[in-house]
Design a protein around this ligand. Sequence first.
Ligand code: PMP
Length: 353
Amino acid sequence: MSWKDNLRKIEPYVPGEQSKEKDIVKLNANENPYPPSPKAIQALKDFNAESLRLYPPADATPLKKAIADYYGVGVNNVFLGNGSDDVLALAFQAFFNGDKPIAYPDITYSFYPVWCRLFGIPYKTYPLDENFRINPEDYREENGGVVLPNPNAPTSIGEDTEFIQKILDYNRDSVVIIDEAYADFGVQSAALFVDSDSYQNLLVTGTFSKSRSLAGLRIGFAIGSKALISVLEAVKNSYNSYTVDSLSIAMGIASFEDRDYFTATVDKIIATRERMTARLRELGFTVLDSSANFIFATHNDYSMKELFEYLKTEKVFIRYFNLPRIDNYIRVTVGTDEEVDIFLKETEAYIRR
Ligand code: PMP
């Protein structure tokens, strides 16, 4: 017996590569190509660095209030964490403690199985249909919880509120988590159901990393009933009471207050996404209808793995998943118009070789 036998053996989630190379077109991590709101940047400039000697306010109420006001819920309906990955990992620990498997799609955010393995949570996956859609009827089966991203990743497909309501109506006895990392780019938030007494088992998670251009700060949040939020707070306070730092609080508030910049940036990304989708379709690609800040595409005549590798040699980084059913697809983040034009030009060069 060696000390090595007691080390945890675990296969972690692999995020999109963060290259040190200069001049790359980075469309591989679903980051926002535009800077954060000028008001958030001003909040950073105005920040009193000397105040960093103090712990941040443990409950971060002013930031919770900014989020609560935006979604039309109470401050007690908001939870904060270090990115929505942190919030989701805490929610898995807080809510999935039964013996029944939790349910999610076979093709979805690949962090879910990692957390299940880390925390010993049983899970069952339900295949997306041939059009990569989630079949809500699958989630009628008894389960220990449901997790669905809306829009789903990496498919980019979003579902409407009727679909979400169906999932909620089928699952009165388990916690339903809707992961809205990309919701601002095309679906209505399920936070509107949080008000309802009927759906106290709903948790909606969101992030500042995508639509608010603050991936580097690591701020995520959840919106849910007081019953769920208080359990999340208790789990969080059982290992670290100060999850969000003072600077994140200041910049996060400023970001939520600047609605005009937020809307303008999201609209720009959507316009570029539609242009990029149309051009790829002209080139013979099948592109799923995206409600996110990335597109998911394939081509019958070409290997997407080879396209991914070719683009990398041309300093255009996109994402390729060598996984069942999607191993001839690429996921491409919507960048600026200039970045997307370089991606399109290099893609065209590849298929015309
Ligand atoms: N959910 C989904 C579906 C994602 O793709 C991501 C980003 N990798 C996250 C949650 C987490 O993002 P963050 O921790 O930056 O909030």
